[in-house]
Design a protein around this ligand. Sequence first.
Ligand code: ADP
Ligand code: MG
Length: 230
Amino acid sequence: MIELQNVSRIYYPGKPNEQYALKDISLKIKEGELIAVVGKSGAGKSTLLHLMGGIDVADTGELMINGTEIKKLSEPELNNFRIRNIGIVLQNFALVDDYSVFDNVSLPLRFSTGCFSGKGKMKHMVMEALHRTGIEELERRTVNTLSGGQKQRVAIARAIVTQAPFLLADEPTGALDSKTSGEIMELFLRMNALGTTVIIVTHNYDMAAQCRRIIELSDGEIISDTGEKE
Ligand code: ADP
Ligand code: MG
């Protein structure tokens, strides 16, 4: 469960240009949900995703992930917590272009202390992620030789490699054609069917329509939430 209580993220607090990227957000996300977060550019979608992913910190309120209040964790604790619990696909892939696909996907395993140690185990987990995203044959390719759709699969493989219970994705099909977007959505649907809680920020209506819950943000506030359909 991800739980936000009265969460705000404020840029330049107290200054004339003070800006609430998120304003007093309260939200519960249960295990197994498939959620689309929609809203205009600047609405706060990425900020929300970054907070839930533990890569940004709220200025007010509480954010609990599976019972842990993440702002109480030290930096190394947060790092390990994140790697075990959350996979995140950032906007524009955020891959290391001159690394191979294998090396990109193995990064979260290398950055964790202890929990995924052992070369054999690492190789097995990377191959499993490549298999799930359908890119086993790209294992040795350098990322900068790949198409946009292939890069997106690599970014997703990296996000799922630790087999974390939560998968967050920020506009994962923003730069892709509609056929490739459909294939990427299939991947998220399959991950969700396997039990992963999936939260997708998207501008794509077809994609949002396939999610069981749609949360709409405007100016940092939730203006509609369809709730979870049973
Ligand atoms: P979205 O992803 O919906 O386009 P964001 O979450 O990126 O929106 O941004 C929400 C608001 O917060 C915007 O008004 C944006 O300008 C502001 N913002 C985001 N990041 C920063 C930052 N690093 N510094 C200042 N303002 C920011
Ligand atoms: Mg954004």
